[in-house]
Design a protein around this ligand. Structure first.
Ligand code: IDC
Length: 481
């Protein structure tokens, strides 16, 4: 086996109080040539992989308050480029880069800081810039207190409580908080296994009109769903045609789920071609951007590839071990879902089974493996394998249908009920395909519903929508102690 490229953090200087890697442009200089009232400190950290990187930049204003700012720096290496920025408007001219404040972060009081970032590319090397300017002033400050010795009589710090206090809200996210994988289960902030039940969008490139405040209010309140899976196709007129547009669309939907207390599952919906490696660079770029953008949120789960097919498990594992570190660099606590062989069938649809995963798991913690089924096509042999695997590896049903694998046809009520009873019993989380008005049996709404805007209640539901709404609406079981 060759070694697997992994992101490395780079920095010129570790500035340590909080363990952050930081670049302070220089040691504190006496302000001989600095104008009174100006001053700044910058930290620049990167997470790099061959040919690409994500940079996070924290800017602290050490001078008088400013309203509107421009950060300037120069890349040391001619092959370094900014490809996509956030939280500022980036421009590059030769090696010189400027980042201009946006409305929401233009005001910086004395001592205040703000964080911006970008995805970049590099060719021969990726060193950090050595000098930063803020509104023309060179930033010579350090963002960590420079030399004050710690007080000699520091009172002992109170250890953090082992159990979080009871929740103050009643939404799924308010109750469960940050999730993590515990054994083969998904656990809430109290370390107790839970099951999330929700719906998947259809392809955002086709059904954007179905995801708005009214439809998501209905999903959160009328359906009482815990989870919105945001399916961003990569091909079929998806992400590859407009990376920035689809990234923004996903982020907007994350915000809508967050506002309603639902978990948001970001699905990098690869399907054809089935080899996730085909989209490796796109995946790194996309996940660097969405994980940086959503890093502060407790309700975001990342699904790095929808349905690998026609490829070996070792290829999927190799892909996962390259993409997961990109997410972890920005959003270390988030749960990540990994697709499995044979359209996320744990290998069954290609003649395999979960042994290949158990014997050769992805080298990362806090991950789950996905299992997908379509109830009218996939029955006892799939149920048996799912149940066998669930005792050994963490499973998440990030997509399933009540109909055939074509996405169309009649609801198979008996098989769908058998499946959901099994998932409920094992506390396996699920998202149903689809919360849309597509003209196919798997869609929850009748064609035309999204144009009319009436989502709550049962008036516009299909047979599949009715079945799923009544399953998802039953009370959740979320332990809080
Ligand atoms: C289907 C859609 C259908 C679309 C097709 C091609 O329902 O409208 O034309 O994709 O993109 C999956 C996939 C999911 C499929 C679904 C049904 O994850 O993208 O959606 N399915 O075929 N795996 C098994 C079934």
């Amino acid at each position: 086996m060759t070694s697997i490229p992994r992101p490395s953090r780079r920095s010129l200087l570790a500035a340590g109080a909080v363990g952050a890697l930081a670049l302070a442009a220089a040691t504190l200089l006496p302000s001989t040539n600095a104008m009174a009232g100006t001053g700044c400190a910058v930290t620049y950290t990167t997470n790099s992989w061959p040919s690409g990187f994500t940079a996070n930049i924290t800017i602290q204003n050490l001078g008088d308050p400013v309203n509107g700012w421009t950060l300037g720096f120069t890349f040391p290496n001619s092959g370094q480029r900014v490809t996509q920025g956030w939280s500022a408007t980036f421009q590059q001219n030769g090696s010189a880069v400027t980042a201009q404040s946006l409305d929401y972060n233009s005001a910086l009081a004395t001592g205040a800081s703000t964080t911006i970032g970008f995805n970049g590319s590099w060719t021969t090397a990726n060193p950090a810039p050595t000098t930063f300017t803020l509104n023309g002033t060179t930033c010579t400050g350090s963002t960590t207190p420079p030399t004050t010795p710690p007080p000699t009589t520091t009172p002992p710090t109170t250890p953090p409580p082992t159990t979080p206090p009871p929740p103050t809200g009643t939404t799924p996210v308010a109750v469960n908080g940050q999730l993590r994988v515990c054994g083969v289960n998904l656990c809430n902030q109290y370390g107790r296994p839970i099951q999330l039940r929700g719906m998947s969008t259809h392809g955002l490139q086709w059904f954007a009109q179905c995801y708005n405040d009214a439809s998501l209010d209905a999903l959160a309140n009328d359906w009482q769903a815990d989870l919105l899976r945001i399916s961003m196709y990569v091909q079929e007129q998806g992400y590859e045609t407009n990376p920035t547009g689809f990234t923004n669309q996903v982020n907007n939907l994350v915000d809508k789920a967050t506002a309603r207390g639902m978990y948001a599952l970001i699905d990098f919906h690869t399907l054809t071609p089935g080899d996730p490696m085909y989209n490796l660079e796109r995946a790194k770029t996309f996940f660097a951007a969405v994980s940086a953008r959503n890093a502060g949120k407790k309700n975001v789960i990342y699904e790095i590839t929808n349905e690998p097919n026609g490829v070996s498990w070792s290829t999927i594992k190799n892909y996962a071990e390259q993409v997961i570190p990109v997410i972890r660099a920005n959003h270390p606590d988030a749960v990540v879902l990994v697709g499995t062989r044979g359209w996320s069938s744990l290998g069954v649809s290609e003649g395999g089974n979960s042994d290949e995963i158990v014997n050769n798991p992805v080298r990362a913690s806090n991950i789950m493996y996905t299992f997908h089924f379509y109830a009218a096509s996939h029955k006892d042999n799939y149920r048996n394998e799912a149940q066998r695997a669930a005792a050994r590896i963490p499973l998440f049903v990030s997509e399933f249908g009540t109909v055939t694998y074509t996405g169309d046809g009649a609801v198979d009520t008996a098989s769908s009920t058998a499946w959901l009873d099994l998932l409920d019993r094992l506390k396996i989380s699920y998202a149903n395909w689809t919360y849309s008005d597509a003209n196919e049996g798997s869609a929850a709404f009748r064609p035309g519903t999204c144009a009319g805007g009436q989502y709550a209640g049962t008036a516009n539901l299909t047979a599949s929508g009715n079945f799923m709404r009544s399953r998802i609406r039953t009370p959740d079981n979320f332990p809080t102690s």
